[in-house]
Design a protein around this ligand. Structure first.
Ligand code: CMP
Length: 140
């Protein structure tokens, strides 16, 4: 199967605890290659736009506040079946349900402060990558 791409965010709870390297190591060990990466402080407008699909959810305001509460690392990951591979190594959204050996089991603090985001489909991966990266910032 050809390599595909997905989009990842190392969230503020993880950057605050200096876990950028530890999280990235788990991504790499799962067979994903970081082909773009930048540490940014998301603006409120960016966070609201990125999570627009959740606008009507009761946790939306808290989610946006959390995502702008500290730096994040946005990444493009490449590998065989990258979306599914990344979701497997991330583990369940709620760390209480995450399997052993996953990033969220190892590091997530709560369903909100769950250390990482990963795209849930190839289509959303393309949209999310384009939200944060220009084509020439991605070097495979
Ligand atoms: P993420 O993959 O970044 O996409 C949406 C985020 O909303 C999700 O991870 C969670 O961190 C966050 N979130 C907060 N509360 C909830 C909830 N009750 N159900 C689902 N997601 C939640």
């Amino acid at each position: 199967m050809a390599a595909t791409r997905t989009f990842s965010i190392i969230k503020p709870d993880a950057t605050r605890r200096n876990l950028t390297g530890a999280v990235t190591k788990m991504l790499e060990e799962a067979g994903l290659r970081v082909v773009a990466s930048k540490r940014i402080r998301m603006s409120r407008q960016q966070a609201e736009g990125f999570y627009a699909v959740h606008k009507e959810r009761p946790f939306f305001e808290d989610l946006v506040a959390f995502m702008i509460s500290g730096p994040v690392v946005v990444q493009v990951l490449e590998g065989e079946d990258a979306v599914a591979r990344n979701r497997k190594v991330m583990g369940a959204t709620n760390p209480a349900n995450a399997d052993e050996g996953t990033i969220r089991k190892a590091y997530a603090e709560s369903i909100e402060a769950n250390s990482v985001h990963g795209s849930d489909s190839e289509e959303n991966a393309a949209t999310e990558i384009a939200f944060f990266f220009k084509p020439d910032e991605i070097v495979g």
